[in-house]
Design a protein around this ligand. Structure first.
Ligand code: SF4
Length: 416
């Protein structure tokens, strides 16, 4: 394939990290304008210091050499990707090329977070997890800014990035995108990344993205939805086309916070004390720019037989925004990287592929509002393992109820 004329390639194994306090505070779940104090401030400062000393962030970007619209798909360097949203953005802006980007907070942060969890330090774990998320957002912004500058100087503009796992783009395409982005041109790919069967990346604080590129900059003046500036916190930027919209809370949003979107008098299948403990110790919630939420629940139990081997599973749930009633948009359940207990479950010993496929496939209540968990009737099951459908449903029920409980508490707090 002939290299494109204006091709860009960026790689860095030590990009500068400067996380704005308000961005970190937002990811920690505090309301806008909140200033950390006391224990929270200590944890935030210690996390920053730890990451400055030990973190190994990295970025990589390269322009695709081939770009074409093919039916419902986009063809990048011969690989097909299907996302209506990405395709619409690229088509509306009359994009002529795309830049493949990968950024990561590094494996060290993930290993340290795992250690903190194992050492039963949930606060330290959570602050590091959220800092690593802030690093990924920051790296995406800073890489986007370098691309913007490069493009502007050549009479082009960069479009908002999009990633597998976002609405309308199957996370399974992460594998293909990783393969593509690691086919570097002159630079070395700065870190090791792999895609798990679930489509999640390892290390998980990694982002793969596609940024479109257009020469039709006049179109962007009319269609601000096609520029990434509204979600870009960079300041100052001489090329900015639209104000950063994250900071001020819109009047619509203010009104909506007073309309309960979840049943606040919910009757759960387990007692609230247990839900509170799990919400505090096992659940992490991240609110995205578009109001959607990522929830990660750490399940730890034991196998029912074989002397009770410990089991650690991750439940990852993506929820749509509050004003839509928190619809369940994605669900994944996978054994944690360090878990070996799942290989001791009876059904795994009988037929590992069948059991793991069932765990991966089952996504109860997918597409429904989170409130649906309150009327979901499940067979009672106290088994710690994942061998039977009833025990898997039971665990999904507990996970979704914990998320429901945590969001209700959050709304009550926000409403004062
Ligand atoms: S403000 Fe807009 S033009 Fe400037 S770096 Fe951010 S996205 Fe690019």
């Amino acid at each position: 394939m002939r290299p494109v004329e204006e091709a860009i390639e960026l790689a860095s194994a030590r990009p500068e990290i400067n996380i704005l306090p308000e961005e970190y505070t937002r990811l920690l779940g505090y309301p806008r304008g909140w200033v950390l104090e006391g224990r929270a401030r200590e944890l935030a400062d210690a996390t920053r210091a730890w990451y400055a000393q030990n973190g190994r962030p990295w970025i990589y970007a390269r322009q695709a050499e081939g770009f074409a619209f093919t039916g419902d798909s986009i063809c990048l360097d011969g690989a097909l990707f299907t996302s209506k949203q990405l395709q619409q953005t690229l088509a509306q802006a009359e994009a002529h090329s795309a830049i493949l980007v990968a950024v990561g907070a590094g494996p060290e942060a993930e290993e340290e977070a795992r250690r903190r969890w194992r050492d039963e330090k949930p606060d330290e774990y959570f602050f590091l997890e959220m800092f690593a998320s802030a690093v990924v957002e920051h790296l995406t912004t800073m890489t986007g800014a370098q691309l913007c500058e490069w493009a502007e100087q050549r009479g082009m503009a960069v479009l908002p990035h999009y990633s597998p796992g976002y609405p309308d783009w199957d996370i399974a395409e992460q594998t293909r995108l990783l393969r593509l982005v690691t086919q570097t041109r002159n630079e070395c790919f700065p870190s090791h990344v792999e895609v798990l069967e679930s489509g999640m990346l390892r290390p998980k604080k990694t982002l793969l993205a596609v940024f479109g590129l257009t020469r039709h900059t006049e179109r962007l003046r009319r269609l601000t939805s096609l520029v990434p500036c509204e979600r870009c916190s960079l300041r100052p930027c001489q090329y900015r086309r639209a104000p950063y919209r994250r900071a001020p809370r819109s009047s619509t949003e203010q009104v909506q916070t007073h309309l309960p979107m979840l049943d606040r008098d919910a009757v759960y299948s387990v007692n609230r004390k247990a839900l509170k403990r799990w919400a505090d110790q096992r659940l992490s919630l991240t609110v995205r720019d578009d109001g959607s939420l990522d929830a990660v629940f750490l399940y730890d139990g034991t196998t029912c037989t074989n002397m009770g081997w410990p089991l650690i599973f991750h439940y990852c749930v993506k929820l749509g925004p509050r004003e839509e009633g928190y619809p369940i948009r994605e669900q994944h359940c996978t054994p944690a990287a360090e878990d070996t207990g799942h290989t001791r479950m009876c059904q795994y010993l009988e037929d590992p592929a069948r059991l793991m496929a069932a765990i991966d496939r089952e996504k109860p209540l997918m597409g429904e509002r989170l409130d649906a968990v309150l009327s979901w009737r499940r067979e009672p099951s106290g088994a710690g393992c994942f061998c039977e459908a009833a025990s898997r449903d039971h665990k999904w029920g507990l996970v979704l109820e914990t998320i429901h409980y945590a969001l209700v508490q959050r709304e009550l707090e926000q409403d004062g």
